[in-house]
Ligand binder design. Structure first.
Ligand SMILES: [Cu+2]
Length: 355
């Protein structure tokens, strides 16, 4: 029983909120996520089609998404798809589809329980179309339901035609690292093509803010228009397979490029009597076992260019993320053997023996 409630608790709180997560969004859904200020989200969606034999040629359909958080739940970004079949048909001059968009998250937060709502006005440069989406997510425990209403000023390939599209999807999180998702979207009055669908297996890469999905779909780009049309370019039931990888770039992590070594940061108990010093260097706790007396403290210093933690395997409270050049002091008031590890790098292990 305890195991079950712990598992549910873990599922409900597993959201890696510092990044857009494919564990909360179907492949063709825009989602409601907005990056924090000074975070740039880069999503790489790559779908491909293998032509029938004997040539077995591979046709690639990538969409790159870049979005920068501006604070106040607002972001600004763009999508670029190099092989958009949204552009086939009359009036299309290119298969390079670019969409610029802003997003305002009006309600909630993607990845938290309850409702969240985001409004995304956009402009599709290939279609010369003012588009927009209102997206709603509802999350409870391991389940997220998604809906989107999309307005399209001018459907590509059909000059002058206004369109409305509706889309819905779901995500089911099987564990905190694995989810399945699916969605369906369509223009209300399709002119070219048919409904867009997708299914995916989504993975959170442990110890990282990255998510990865394996997916199948019939949509060739991830723009508001592209996610609303399923193209079967040869008229067959063509299925595209592919993946998406999400990469949040926290701009403050790049400060060493401009400022040399980061400033030392001291975390943990101030003024404690430090009896042992452990360096965190080359992804290891140097000197894995230290021995001290009750009431004394250990100081960990991060010599690596990445964040580490000191996380005890038992109930002893551990450190927050320790930035490069940061240190953490922890005082031990009870005798015992304290094993610990680094949360982002679980292979980093150490022991404090308190006599
Ligand atoms: Cu680490």
């Amino acid at each position: 029983m305890k195991g079950v409630s712990l598992a549910l608790f873990t599922l409900a709180t597993a959201a890696p909120l510092q990044a857009q997560s494919l564990l909360y969004r179907g492949p063709n859904m825009g989602g409601t996520w907005v990056p924090d200020a000074a975070v740039v989200q880069f999503n790489f969606l790559h779908r491909f089609y293998v032509t029938p034999g004997p040539s077995h040629g591979v046709i690639n359909y990538p969409t790159f998404t870049l979005a920068a958080g501006l604070g106040h739940d607002v972001s600004f970004g763009g999508r670029f798809a190099t092989k958009s079949l949204v552009g086939t048909g009359a009036g299309a001059q290119s298969s390079n589809e670019t969409e610029v968009f802003a997003r305002w998250r009006a309600v909630g937060t993607e990845g938290r329980g309850g409702f969240s709502v985001a409004i995304t006005p956009a402009y599709n440069l290939l279609a010369k179309s003012v588009d927009g989406e209102v997206a709603v997510d509802w999350t409870r425990g391991p389940v997220t339901l998604e809906g989107a209403a999309r307005g399209i000023g001018r459907e590509l390939g059909t000059p002058g035609r206004h369109q409305v599209a509706l889309a819905g999807g779901f995500v089911g999180r099987l564990t905190r690292y694995i989810a399945v998702s699916g969605d369906l979207g369509s223009f209300m009055a399709p002119v070219n093509g048919r409904a867009a669908w997708s299914v995916a297996l989504n993975l959170l890469i442990p110890g990282s803010p990255h998510t990865f999905s394996f997916q199948a779909s019939n949509a060739t780009s991830a723009t508001i228009q592209g996610a609303s049309v399923g193209y079967a370019p040869t008229g067959s039931n063509q299925i595209l397979y592919g993946f998406e990888f999400t990469i949040p770039l926290h701009l403050k992590r790049f400060s060493p490029w401009f400022h040399g070594s980061p400033k030392p940061v001291a975390l943990g108990a101030p003024g404690a009597a430090i009896a042992a010093q452990v360096d965190m260097a080359a992804m290891k706790f140097a000197g894995d076992t230290v021995t001290i007396s009750t009431g004394q403290a250990v100081r960990w210093t991060n010599r690596d260019p990445v964040e580490h933690t000191v996380t005890f395997d038992g109930a002893e409270p551990g450190s927050p993320p320790i930035p490069p050049n940061g240190s953490y002091v922890h005082r031990f008031d009870k005798a015992g053997t304290y094993t610990y590890h680094c949360t982002p790098h679980p292979f980093m292990k150490g022991v404090v023996v308190v006599r």
